[in-house]
Design a protein around this ligand. Structure first.
Ligand code: OOG
Ligand code: MG
Length: 255
């Protein structure tokens, strides 16, 4: 028997204590829909502590990420108010377990969305686009997981920051995307690496949000998923994302 509440509480404690926990799949076999139930329960525990849902994130929308983590399906996670940082904020490493950074594109929703929308439809539901950086921090030992494990762990969501919000450009074709650590480029990719077109990630987010009952509301952030593989940030001073036409966003690191 799977105890959804217990598994969610264990993951929530791992978040709060910044101590890794064992992969669920080593002991239990859970389905994808049970994994999303655990994710929802962990988010409910955050709500009880006063956090708010402020967006969603897509995961594994690029081949680079699928290869790096050894999984091959798109996933959706939930972004809460405690995860949002402002440009140049200093993050405290001890609040994370083994954080990694990855460069992303973020959409801001101009209206509530219900149901699955096509690429053409989602383009009319966005008020702005920004360069973004995501901090992922798997709550599992050694950053190892199955697809169900990572979904239960809210897709490793731990932090994010967005740059200046830009007006919508309907073509996000072939924009250069760089991840910098200590001001040196460590990964380079293209917006085309995100499902061939980041707008497809937003359309996919509407499908997964509908399937797994995650509300998409006006003003929410939707992260399209990393274009490159992610890098550990421990031992460094800063990291940033630079995206052609969208600008840059960076965070500083303290111990
Ligand atoms: C899971 C999160 C994946 C992305 O952008 O593909 C993700 C992980 O790699 O830990 O955020
Ligand atoms: Mg990501």
């Amino acid at each position: 028997m799977i105890d959804i509440n217990l598994l969610a509480t264990t993951l929530h404690k791992a978040v709060k204590s910044a101590n890794a926990t064992e992969q669920i799949s080593l002991k239990h076999s859970i389905t994808l829909s049970q994994a999303y139930e655990i994710q929802h329960k962990e988010i409910a525990l955050r709500h009880e502590e006063g956090e708010k849902l402020i967006g969603v994130k897509m995961g594994f929308t690029s081949e680079a990420k699928m290869l790096q983590m050894g999984v091959s399906d798109m996933i959706i996670g939930q972004l809460t108010s405690s995860m949002l940082f402002a440009n140049n904020d200093k993050i405290t490493l001890s609040k994370f377990i083994h954080p990694r950074a990855e460069p992303e594109i973020c959409f801001i929703l101009s209206e509530d969305i219900e149901g699955e929308l096509t690429v053409d439809e989602v383009k009319k539901k966005v008020s702005g686009i920004a360069a973004a950086i995501e901090i992922i921090d798997s709550r599992y030992e050694n950053f190892k997981f199955s697809l169900e494990d990572v979904v239960a762990d809210n897709c490793s969501s731990a932090g994010f920051a967005i740059g200046e919000i830009m007006p919508i450009q309907t073509s996000l074709s072939d924009l250069k995307i760089d991840l910098l650590i200590d001001e040196t480029i460590v990964e380079s990719g293209s917006s085309n690496d995100i499902l061939g077109d980041p707008w497809k990630a937003l359309s996919a987010a509407t499908r997964l949000a509908e399937t797994y009952k995650i509300p998409l509301k006006k003003g929410m952030y939707v992260m399209a998923g990393a274009a490159t593989s992610a890098h550990f940030i421990s031992g460094h001073l800063s990291f940033s994302a630079e995206i052609q036409d969208l600008g840059q966003i960076g965070l500083a690191i303290s111990n």
